[in-house]
Write a protein that binds this ligand. Structure first.
Ligand SMILES: Nc1nc2c(ncn2[C@@H]2O[C@H](COP(=O)(O)OP(=O)(O)OP(=O)(O)O)[C@@H](O)[C@H]2O)c(=O)[nH]1
Ligand SMILES: [Mg+2]
Length: 465
């Protein structure tokens, strides 16, 4: 009998083995309750996976078995019709509080759900586990087992596999904390083979998952390109009052500009996080991730793999660190203002042989008032820093399993030279340059063309991660 409805899988097992964590990761839902002590899940809760507004599969979280041996004994002595067995157990024990959890967890099985049995493979197999597996075998439902090693301990892995071979159609190692998108798909592929009647429905589910993932990469690309576009168009402007100190105004504007850029970047990162359904839990970055470092720091740029010359460029156009061009409408102010550009900008000028003050442009336009405008340089290396950081953030988010709620691995940050853009081919860099330039100076048609090319190119690069 082919299943026509949305396939449902109940996640069953002993208390505290990681059932809820597996549900959370499989359903990409960070609302699933997970806790360090046994008995966290008391009631069944179903988490649907919705793609394009249609539910494609649902995973049901359940409480753990409390009395597997007694339950098994009842199942072994049952002599009614096979297809009513689970329902008959619930009817027989519904009013007995000591079987409350068994009645609750078998509810989804009684209504036809497939079974995913979860064990913590870092501990030995016990009698209760054998009883649980035998109960599940007796239900006759399509079932697979998942070994979720909570510790990095594989000592008992083979013992578990041997045990499982007797009971389950399919066995899979699946770490609820580390599973990637690919591993989720592989798990679904495995589910496909547990029962022929379920195959057709699961092929549709896998297809929907793949299309959805691809779509998300397109949207992520759009978010990243829009971020760069907004930053390229950001300005911080001010007018110098009578007798006011230009240095003070410039510092104020720079600060405003830096804040604007940081906010735009932060919003883009939040949008990417939401796109990958991390809604409640804020994906933590490794403690020493370069993304915790300030966007405007030289450390960030060096780390991302910028050469000394590129660092100088990024810093130089930053106008004392802001990734900006400083325009001034007041010719008389020009030298006063620019002589205050010390530090990295000065270093950049030196590196570039003083031929060009590292991208700083001066505009001697008199507007009647003394105006200072700070805006980013479209040819700035800084734009690549933004792209690198967006890619790093994206990689962190897509690899953060929803079942994972803490960062217990503080030792690992990204590898040095983690920036991706420096390795991009000439063609891609040309698409970027074109986009940077046309965004600030092109006609609206050229701007749109450059934007589309950029979105496509970035999506392509994201797919290669
Ligand atoms: N390190 C690590 N911890 C895990 C993993 N899976 C689960 N845990 C932790 O184990 C504890 C129990 O996880 P849950 O997912 O709540 O387990 P459960 O089987 O649903 O537990 P009950 O609802 O109490 O039956 C939590 O503290 C999880 O963070 C894993 O793959 N790795
Ligand atoms: Mg639970």
């Amino acid at each position: 009998m082919r299943i026509k409805d949305v396939p449902e899988f109940a996640i069953l097992g002993h208390p505290n083995e990681g059932k809820s964590s597996v549900v959370s990761t499989l359903a990409e839902n960070d609302r699933v309750r997970i806790g360090p002590y046994p008995g966290e899940t008391v009631h069944c809760q179903t988490f649907p996976v919705t793609i394009d507004k249609a539910e494609v599969i649902r995973f049901t979280d359940t409480p753990g078995f409390q009395k597997p041996k007694q339950t098994l004994r009842w199942f072994q002595n049952y002599n009614g019709p096979q297809d009513r067995m689970v329902q008959a157990f619930i009817e027989a024990h519904g009013s007995d509080p000591s079987f409350r959890d068994e009645c609750e967890l078998l509810g989804p099985v009684a209504r036809g759900a497939g079974i995913i049995y979860v064990v913590d493979g870092s501990r030995p197999v016990r009698g209760d586990d054998r009883a649980e597996m035998e109960i599940l075998r007796l239900t006759g439902r399509p079932r697979m087992s998942i070994i979720n090693c909570k510790q990095d301990d594989i000592l008992y892995l083979d013992a578990w596999k041997n045990e499982f071979r007797r009971t389950f159609n399919s066995i899979r190692e699946f770490n609820a904390h580390r599973a990637t998108y690919r591993e989720r798909i592989e798990l679904l592929e495995c589910l496909k083979s547990v029962d022929q009647d379920w195959q057709e429905a699961l092929v549709r589910v896998i297809d929907a998952f793949k299309r959805d993932w691809d779509h998300r990469m397109g949207v992520a690309s759009l978010i990243i390109v829009t971020m760069v576009e907004e930053i390229l168009c950001a300005t911080s402007e001010g007018t110098l009052g009578e007798g006011a100190d230009p240095k003070v105004l410039r510092a104020k504007l720079e600060k405003g500009f830096i804040n604007t850029v940081k906010q735009i970047e932060h919003k883009a990162h939040t949008d990417i996080r939401r796109l990958f359904k991390h809604n409640i839990f804020n994906v933590e970055l490794p403690k020493n991730s370069i993304l915790n470092e300030d966007l405007f720091s030289e450390t960030t740029w060096k780390f991302l793999g910028l050469s000394p010359r590129e660092v100088a460029l990024a810093a130089g156009v930053a106008g004392a660190g802001a990734g900006a061009i400083v325009d001034t409408a007041a010719a008389g102010l020009t030298f006063g203002i620019f002589s205050t550009l010390g530090g990295v900008a000065g270093a950049a000028a030196a590196l570039l042989g003083g031929s060009r003050i590292a991208g700083l442009k001066l505009k001697g336009v008199r507007l009647g008032k003394d105006q200072i405008i700070i805006r980013p340089a479209p040819d700035a290396q800084f734009m690549y820093v933004l792209l690198d950081r967006a890619f790093l953030f994206y990689a962190s988010v897509i690899n953060w399993a929803h079942g994972r709620r803490d960062y217990d691995d503080p030792g690992k940050g990204e590898a040095k030279g983690a920036g991706v853009t420096h390795a991009w081919d000439k063609g891609t860099k040309q698409v970027c340059r074109d986009f940077f330039k046309k965004t600030v100076g092109g006609t609206s048609r050229k701007r749109e063309e450059a934007r589309i090319a950029m979105v496509n190119r970035i999506a392509e690069r994201l797919r290669q991660l």
